[in-house]
Ligand binder design. Structure first.
Ligand code: SAM
Length: 366
């Protein structure tokens, strides 16, 4: 059986025709045999359980980037097959083992993962931190950096704690862990620069007086050099508000359910640009609607997507069959998101309302 990503492949196209020959494997709720549902010049999307696809067809040390959003360990079972938070680590271990095996030594593993609230309690599960620690301690990945994806359009949830009892604030970020088998993964922040802020433009125009900051940092005059663009922080502000894409139109026209937990194309695009060169191989083992494949194709990277639910790949065909459209944020998306500095309304207006002595355990009467 020919491997999917042979080390000898160089910049050859991926040739996944062999997958139809895969043997049957024990069902984890997916297909008996991997099947290619989407094939392009640069990649392929498989209807498959990724564990089996990786184990049976992907060569050791052959991938440059795994960027993915696995099913989150939500406490309620969702329609796309989430496992319970407590079982999450056990469920993830075989994936971690395969990821480590198939990644090139300087490849990156990028995992977008949301937090989970414990059932019926205003406290959070530690499952994603446990996952991070397991990946680093047990599988010897290095944490290159953690990112935070702030979704400015996130609704104020969980409503019971945030809106009704008023004892927690809006949960609006996902963690994104960037890991690698080495402390030195291939990367260049020059690929993901961002425009200077107004404050920086002013500083460049008016000059900056080099001085020692209260933090002890020596701000030398190097900071007033105009490099043309800014290095982004590890906070990615991206609204998840796709409403009129070719993907959604395709799903509507073909009466297919859009994937309920898609990430915006900007998330995989940031990491594909940052961590790979054209021609490199990108893999998404929890592909859902194949956003990663679509972005990789646009950026001339080779790609493999694998998704266990056939219906989501049926919808994903729309990403490749209809007329191309811009993949990053659309022209009508805001280019700058503002977040208020805490304290603007700290005028003591509600200070006469005492904190609930029971921590909000008793639900307030409406
Ligand atoms: C959070 S969603 C990913 C959504 C995707 N990033 C997108 O934007 O469309 C996770 C996906 O992993 C899939 N999945 C779960 N277990 C899998 C497995 N063993 N092999 C392949 N896919 C799996 C689920 O069906 C679900 O569609």
């Amino acid at each position: 059986m020919a491997p999917i990503a042979s080390k000898k492949a160089g910049n050859d196209r991926i040739s996944p025709a062999h997958v139809a020959k895969l043997g049957d494997y024990p069902s984890r709720g997916g297909p008996d045999k991997a099947e290619i549902l989407i094939k392009t010049q640069l990649g392929a999307a498989y209807w498959a359980d990724s564990i089996h696809l990786m184990a049976e067809t992907i060569e050791p040390q052959s991938l440059d980037l795994i960027v993915t959003s696995p099913p989150f360990g939500l406490v309620r079972k969702k329609q796309y097959g989430n496992v319970d938070a407590d079982e999450y680590i056990e469920w993830f271990r075989p994936f971690a083992k395969e990821f480590k095996r198939i990644m090139k030594p300087q490849a990156s593993l990028v995992i977008d993962i949301g937090g989970a609230w414990k059932p019926g309690l205003p406290t959070k599960s530690l499952y994603h931190y446990e996952l991070l620690i397991t990946l680093c301690k047990e599988f010897e990945f290095h944490l290159a950096q953690e990112f935070f994806w702030w979704n400015p359009s996130r609704l104020p949830t969980p409503a019971e704690w945030v809106n009704i009892r008023r004892i927690r604030v809006k949960d609006a970020i996902n963690s994104i862990f960037w890991l690698s088998p080495t402390p030195w993964p291939r990367a260049s922040n020059r690929r993901v620069l961002t425009p200077y802020s107004n404050a920086m433009h002013e500083l460049l125009a008016n000059g900056y007086k080099a001085k020692l900051r209260p933090s002890g940092h020596d701000i030398s005059d190097k900071f007033s050099r105009d490099n043309g663009a800014a290095i982004p922080p590890n906070l990615l502000a991206v609204a998840n508000t796709e409403s009129n894409s070719r993907y959604l139109r395709y799903c509507g026209e073909n009466k297919l359910p859009p994937h309920p937990a898609r990430y915006p194309a900007t998330i995989p695009e940031f990491f594909i640009r940052f961590l790979t060169d054209p021609g490199d191989i990108v893999f998404d083992p929890f592909a859902g609607s194949c956003v990663t494949g679509e972005v990789a194709e646009m950026l001339a990277r080779r790609w493999i997507c694998s998704e266990i639910e056939r219906v989501y790949l049926e919808g994903a065909r729309g990403r490749f069959e209809m007329d191309p459209a811009p993949k990053s944020q659309g022209p009508h998306e805001p280019t700058v998101y503002k977040i208020q500095r805490p304290g603007l309304l700290w005028n003591g207006a509600n200070d006469h309302l005492p904190l609930a002595a029971d921590g909000g355990k008793k639900r307030p009467v409406a």
